[in-house]
Design a protein around this ligand. Structure first.
Ligand SMILES: Cc1ncc(COP(=O)(O)O)c(C=O)c1O
Length: 399
């Protein structure tokens, strides 16, 4: 492999998304090679011994520990957020679990925003306490609540913004200040915003997590995740956790994600164009009771959203007038949008959170998160924006 020696520091994001992490093989391929291998061979027993001593940076031993295609994906993601280091994982949930478990131990305490993706809530509320890590959930929008929840043993603050499903916004910079003043770290799940629209580490977060399954792949093909952080954290805490416990990303998935990053910027822009157009229609529609979209003036935290996100992303939550029957009718009558719990896909997807993604939450927890029987979450896709408008208009007309 030939190392790319160009100075890329002046390159803008879109250029780095196309070129960063490229290491050409002796064949001089234009597209990044896929190293679909679980292991590596050594020229000699001495070389194997040296590799296991990890004396030579960048040498590979076994793909659970590292793989050139996975590293290319990690390197491209690092460029996008200007992170010092990263480790890719098999899924977004593997990234969340590895990130938290690699830095917490029995006796520690974590404070998390209550508006979290269901499985993330399971990890902090149910899994970590089984291993002696106490957890407090707070309304993430309330900065005093973060401060009040801190204990001497608090090690990590964890949040997601915008949140799933009704797109609450949390002030990353202020929560990072609260964490750092207390000597603890802030972890941000940045799935909904995407790394194009919001860069948590540049606002003080210590680690950013992604489900790469969403906008990063963007075409509903592969599962994946990634944790970005400082060199010190990745090298001394995360890398060994992944090496020993094995939630590693498969090289094939890394290759799909790596190539998908080349179009991420353009796709996210188009997602936002379509979402903005659809929001304008929905806000004015007489069969819609409420619209949540961080890029629209009607969002209660629009100023904060504009401060930390460059655009509103592609997730919209709506409350249809009526209840579950009307929400189901809308979902069932759409012709272009599909009913699915996934998001960030090229295809527009619609979800009824109360009966799917958030079905396991108690009624009280659903009420806290403003999830009602009439709530639908729309992940706006890459179709023609006018076709999407017509699809929602014809479906609303049938309620
Ligand atoms: C905010 C958020 N975090 C994490 C995940 C988990 O990602 P994965 O499905 O890739 O494990 C999801 C998945 O929907 C999500 O929406």
């Amino acid at each position: 492999m030939t190392q790319d020696k160009k100075d890329k520091s002046a390159w803008r994001t879109q250029t780095r998304l196309v070129h960063e992490g490229m290491e050409r093989s002796q064949f001089g391929e234009t597209a990044e090679a896929l190293y679909l291998t679980s292991g590596y061979v050594y020229d000699s027993a001495e070389q194997a011994e040296a590799r296991f001593k990890e004396e030579e940076e960048g040498d590979y031993i076994y793909s659970r520990f590292g793989n050139p295609t996975v590293r290319a994906f990690e390197t491209r993601m690092m460029a996008l957020e200007q992170a010092e280091d990263a480790r890719a994982t098999a899924t977004g949930m593997a990234a969340v679990t590895a990130c938290l478990m690699s830095q917490l131990e029995a006796g520690d305490h974590i404070v998390a925003a209550r508006a979290l993706f269901g499985s993330c809530r399971y990890v902090v509320e149910t899994l970590l306490p089984r291993f002696g890590v106490a957890c407090t959930l707070v309304d993430g929008r309330d900065l005093d609540a973060w401060q009040a929840a801190l204990r001497p043993e608090t090690k990590v603050l964890f949040l997601e913004t915008p949140s799933n499903p009704v797109l609450e916004i949390i002030d990353i910079q202020r929560v990072a200040d609260i964490a750092h003043n207390h000597g603890c770290r802030l972890v941000v799940d940045n799935v909904f915003a995407t790394p194009v629209l919001q860069k948590p580490m540049q606002m003080g977060a210590d680690m950013t997590i992604y489900s790469a399954t969403k906008h990063i792949d963007g075409q509903g093909r592969c599962l994946g995740g990634i944790v970005l952080g400082s060199q010190d954290y990745v090298k001394n805490e995360l890398a060994n956790f992944i090496r020993q416990t094995g939630p590693s990303m498969a090289p094939f998935n890394a290759w799909v994600m790596l190539k998908a990053l080349e179009t991420l910027h353009m796709r996210v822009d188009r997602h936002c164009d379509n979402a903005e157009q659809l929001t304008d229609m929905l806000v004015a529609h007489n069969k819609i009771a409420r619209v949540y979209y961080p890029g629209h003036d009607s969002h209660p935290q629009v100023e904060l959203a504009r401060r930390q996100m460059t655009r509103g992303s592609n997730l919209i939550a709506i409350d249809v007038k009526g209840g579950k029957a009307e929400a189901f009718k809308l979902a069932n009558t759409l012709e272009i949008a599909h009913i699915s719990n996934n998001l960030g896909d090229a295809k527009t997807l619609i979800t009824h959170p109360a009966t799917t993604t958030h079905a396991k939450l108690s009624d009280e927890a659903k009420t806290e998160l403003a999830i009602t029987p009439a709530t639908l979450r729309v992940s706006v896709g890459l179709e023609d924006g006018d076709d999407l408008l017509h699809d929602f208009e014809q479906a609303l007309a049938q309620i």
